[in-house]
Design a protein around this ligand. Structure first.
Ligand code: GAL
Length: 666
């Protein structure tokens, strides 16, 4: 059995049989078959059971579980089990524990209590990977390997002495000599010049603002340390086994301090975990964004949804249960956006431990439940959708995102605390979602050829080659929209001088001489009827046309939105935070002007995405509204087997997936 299932998409969960008496396991497999499960991740948090004392391995229980699963026809994504070290590690090696910036030690008793730079952790974890890989390399149930679990979820940054030494090593490699580091960090400021590498520390809690480039480099270093764990485990797995290796990312908000773009080549298959934010009334739009970001990391290739929830989680302030049908809409929205498998955390709801109130495929109440019924329905849906496997998502628009630009933009001592990178990204993304346009969410270094429109929200930090690529893209006929606080600094967080937005002045045909952030809650009017808040700037057009300006506020009469014909293309600039209507109006205009087409026109609240592969295409229509809707589509709905021509009615809250009779040009 390969990683991709021959009959439908992948469907399953994290399976933690060690939490249950062995007598439950046969029933688990039976119920999995009933639900259509065909892939489970096993052993993620099993280190303490697999290696109860150093170098003494107990694989008997895992042998028995894998045999049962295999007999039941269920494939296994085998975890390396390194996600959470056993208590004996910290007991014998307290120096493996992580510390916060203020020196607080993080004790064992939860999970992931290890310093990512600890050589002892690295050595012990790789020994376990080696033992597992050796034992299970030819096991017929195993089809892929799952490195750790959400690397860096709880121990993203460690400031202990071991980390300090590793940070110095990382800096030596990056800068080679101290003069270069001093230059990059701007240490002439505040008497920070270093004369010896040993004087350098992580950005620990200090009397006031810590050197921003030191902070930025520490964020880069920390992401690299987790990446190094991934690479080290993968190296062992590649040496000993032949199956693809993944690790579950946290694209959504969880992974904000991990530069996943730089990890892309370290996974044979990209997988992601996504949980809805209960407090977000449009959480399905956040889901779509996370899925599009995952596809971006995967370079457009199919990916796996490694975890999401069947209903409530347990870790938000108010853990809302999913309403009937929501589990299905969520799952199929991931598939629409490129997932070739849908897995949950977890198979059976725990009866003990910190996650006992987290939903699962088999709830505490058993199988006579809304959740289990919906799980079974989803299993049969995914079987029916098998033919979409391997196809790709159509998108004419790219939004550029960059972890480092976000880290830089959100450092302390900036013009305003009200600028929130994730909010800016989400607000532009929302506007495209609402007008039915599918976007790719990609790194600034991605190949932009083929996109009709590129959106650049708050790309505060930008590297020269990416500036040049964007410039070329527009000269050759592309349309770009750049928003405020973009192009401000280089990779060292040094200001690009001569007026903002330094990197993009020529492209945009504007020069800003001063930022005018607005007061808390202050709102200004624009002369086109929109309002704006948070940000304004004293901007001079240098070739750009003024599309709208401030009607009042500190900059009355100054341009706010500009448009600059450049080469064969056009470059727009938005120098403020437009309200929702203004954002929507601008996006609608850009979409029309650049010739972007939605897959098919659809009413508001209806998500439509097209996947295609040579000569065939499928239209996913997800109705998030409480009314039945009709959209134009001709072909067969794979979920019901019914044919539709020339339109299909999608009942409130339902989903259709049409195999299109004549795939449109793409
Ligand atoms: C994920 C994690 C799982 C589980 C889940 C609960 O972050 O990988 O192990 O804790 O959250 O929502």
């Amino acid at each position: 059995m390969g990683i991709w299932h021959s009959d439908g998409l992948r469907f399953g969960a994290d399976y933690n049989p060690e939490q249950w008496p062995e007598s439950t396991w046969a029933e688990d497999v039976e119920l999995m078959r009933q639900a259509g499960v065909n892939l489970v991740s096993v052993g993620i948090f099993s280190w303490a059971l697999l290696e109860p004392t150093p170098d003494r391995y107990e694989f008997g229980w895992l042998d028995r579980v894998l045999a049962l699963l295999h007999d039941g026809g269920i494939a296994v994504d085998l975890a390396t089990a390194t996600a959470s070290p056993p208590p004996w590690l910290a007991h014998r090696h307290p120096e493996t524990l992580p510390r916060r910036a203020d020196g607080t030690l993080l004790w064992p008793g939860a999970r992931q209590a290890y310093c990512p730079s600890s050589p002892v952790f690295r050595q012990r974890s790789l020994a376990l990977v080696e033992a597992l890989a050796t034992r299970y390399t030819d096991h017929p149930a195993v089809v892929m390997w799952h490195v750790s679990n959400e690397l860096g979820c709880h121990n993203t940054h460690c400031y202990c002495d071991v980390s300090a030494e590793a940070f110095r090593g990382w800096l030596r490699e990056r800068y080679v000599d101290l003069d270069r580091l001093n230059e990059a960090w701007g240490t002439a400021f505040w008497s920070q010049r270093y004369h010896d590498w040993a004087e350098i520390n992580p950005p620990r809690t200090a009397p006031t603002f810590v050197n921003p480039t030191q902070q930025l480099d520490f964020l880069r270093f920390s992401s690299d340390e987790h990446r190094a764990q991934l690479r080290a485990e993968r190296e062992v797995l590649h040496r000993l086994t032949r199956h693809p290796v993944t690790t579950n990312l946290m694209l959504g908000d969880g992974g904000r301090y991990l530069d996943y773009h730089s990890w892309a080549d370290d996974m044979d298959l990209v997988s992601n975990d996504h949980y809805l934010t209960a407090a977000d009334p449009q959480a399905h739009v956040g889901l779509a964004l996370a899925a599009d970001q995952t596809r971006g990391v995967a370079g457009g290739a199919p990916w796996l949804l490694m975890e999401h929830s069947t209903s409530a989680v347990n870790w938000q302030p108010r853990n809302l249960a999913k309403t009937p049908g929501q589990l299905r809409r969520n799952s199929l929205a991931h598939v629409a956006r490129g997932a070739d498998g849908v897995l949950f955390f977890q198979w059976r709801a725990s009866r003990a431990g910190a996650e006992k109130f987290h939903s699962a495929m088999v709830p505490h109440a058993g199988t006579q439940t809304k959740v289990f019924r919906e799980v079974c329905r989803l299993g049969s849906d995914l079987r029916a959708l098998g033919e979409v496997r391997g196809s790709r998502v159509d998108a004419d628009v790219a939004i550029l995102v960059d972890a480092e630009a976000r880290w830089g933009a959100e450092l302390d001592a900036h013009p305003t605390v009200d600028l929130d990178y994730a909010e800016r990204l989400r607000s532009w993304y929302d506007a495209f979602w609402r007008c039915g346009t599918t976007v790719d969410v990609v790194h600034p270094s991605a190949d932009l050829t083929g996109y009709r429109l590129v959106v650049v929200p708050t790309l505060y930090l930008v590297r020269d080659p990416d500036v040049d690529a964007l410039d070329r893209y527009v000269r050759q006929g592309g349309t770009v929209l750049v928003t405020f606080f973009s192009g401000i600094v280089d990779e060292h967080d040094h200001i690009r001088l001569g007026g903002y937005p330094g990197a993009f002045r020529d492209l945009l045909g504007v020069r800003t001489e001063e930022f005018f952030p607005l007061g808390e809650g202050e709102r200004v009017n624009l002369d086109d009827g929109c309002t704006a808040d948070v940000w304004a700037e004293l901007l001079h057009p240098l070739g750009a046309e003024v599309m709208s300006g401030y009607a009042d506020g500190p900059l009355a009469g100054v341009p706010a939105v500009t448009r600059h014909p450049y080469g064969s293309g056009v470059a727009w600039y938005v120098g403020t935070r437009l309200d929702r209507a203004g954002t929507a109006r601008l996006v609608a205009r850009l979409v029309t002007e650049s010739g972007v087409q939605p897959p098919v026109p659809s009413p508001s609240g209806v998500e439509v995405v097209r996947r295609r592969t040579d000569g065939r295409s499928w239209l996913f229509v997800i109705n998030h509204t409480e009314q039945d809707v009709t959209v134009g589509a001709t072909g067969m709905d794979l979920l019901t087997g019914r044919s539709h021509d020339p339109e299909v009615t999608v009942p409130a809250g339902e989903v259709v997936v049409i195999r299109e009779s004549s795939p449109p040009e793409g």
